[in-house]
Structures are given as structure tokens and as C-alpha cells.
Design a protein around this ligand. Sequence first.
Ligand code: BTN
Length: 272
Amino acid sequence: MALIDPVLLKPRLGHLAGRFDVDAVDECDSTSSELMRRADRGAPAGTVVVADRQSAGRGRRGRTWLSSPEASLTFSLLWRFPGPASRLSGLSLAVGLGLAQALEGLGVSGVRLKWPNDVLIESEAGFAKLAGILIELASDRRGTQAIIGIGINLDAPSGDFAMPVTGINQACSPSPDRHVVLAAILASLVGILEKLTVEGFFCLKSEWQRYHAWQGEMVQILGDGAAPLIGRCLGVDDDGALLLETGGGIERIHSGDVSLRPAGSALGVRPA
Ligand code: BTN
């Protein structure tokens, strides 16, 4: 039986229940791939596919995403925006913010955001990844369709990962029911996505920075094959680009991986 029962989810969504059409499946290749196929067949905005198992889960930057049955919440949400994709540069940050606010509302402590959109938990042991977000956009004359894929660890997965990992059950006591978690996230996303549509990321920026793991700290940007860039992280701009103060001035970073650099490092300059 699938882990999420849409009948149990509905009352938890309250007055927002009509905004979502949730389908829970035992297994699919990837909830985002499955939702994309359904979107191509005309599925409405608010369609959600949640799966217990993914045989080909996809992460950012071409990575695979492993999720364990019972120990992960793995779903994708279809949303449609008016206008071109270029107006949605802050979308992935906005989704991260929606997730952070929902998790904090459930009593998860130490929620932080890592640009562009990882959700971390900060504890005495340091930072650990709790959730990842994968956004895929497609535009046409009518506007832009977003497939918002979210993978959350309920329990910390075992295995080798690029950074330490954790789960909601480790960061929150008592552990919330997964229907409560999913409903809280969907409700939070409705508010955030509507605000993004009407007012733009500009209005969400300071709230995003409140959760930012490394606001004002030295970070290292690892780009695609480029030499690492080191600088002080000033936050994000109105388009969601990361602002990095380097020896060569303020750089706007649009893509890359951020990793924490020990405080006190000299400001770096990107090699010519
Ligand atoms: C990351 O690399 O951090 C993003 C991971 C996103 C994984 C989610 S799980 C649900 C959805 N389906 C996928 O295949 N990927 C996303």
C-alpha cells in the first residue's frame, strides 16, 4: 500500500484541499518524470504525484536521488505561472523557503537553507541535509509550467553522501505523521507561489535570508569545472542570484555548489 492515503490527507489540507489533486503510488521511475507525462496529457495545476519508491529518482545537476520506502517523503507538484521562465529566477529559492517555513511550523528545529535550494538542519554536530528540490520548467505562449520535485528524509538515510544527512524524525520530537508533513508543505507552497507570482522574489528575499545557513560567512563556490571561488556571502539579490563579496568586487552567482569555508579565509579572486 502506498505510504500516503489521499483520504487521510484531505482533512489536513482543510480549505486548500480543492487546490490539489493528489495521487499516491507505490512505485514509479521518478515522481517528476511521471508528473511531466501527466502534464503533457493536460493535468491541471495542483496535481501532485507522491511515491513510496522511485526506480530512477533524479537530483540536481544530473545526480540520482535515492529514497527509501518508509523513510522518505518523495513527491512532485505541478504549478503553472503566467509569463516566461525568465520571470521565475527566484522560484527554487521560494520553494525552499516554503519548505523551511512548513517544517519550522511542524516543530523541526534548526532549519536552514543552502543556496539555491537545499534544506539543511543545523545542530551542534554541524549542518546536515534534510531535503532536496528539483525544479523543471517548460514555457509556451500561455506561460510557464513548473514541475516541483521534493525529496525529504523522514529518517536519515544510510550510505555515502557528499554532505552529512539527517531526517525529520531526528530533528523533531515527537515525529510528525507524514500526512501532516505533506499537507503542511503543500499549504505553505500555495502561499509562497502565489506571493512569488504577484509580487516577485523581491518580497521573499529577506525571509529567505533569515534561514540562510551562511549569511555573512565565508563560502566556497564550486562551479562546473571552474576553479573554486571564495568570498563572503552577502545573501541573494532580487532575482535569487547569490551575492559573493570577493577580492575582485561583488559577484552574482547563478549556478554552482556552495560549501562552507572556514572563517578568516582571504577573499578570493576568480582566476582569469
Ligand atoms: C537534489 O539534488 O538535492 C534534488 C533532489 C530532488 C529529489 C526529488 S524526489 C521527488 C522528485 N522526483 C525526482 O526524481 N526528483 C525529485
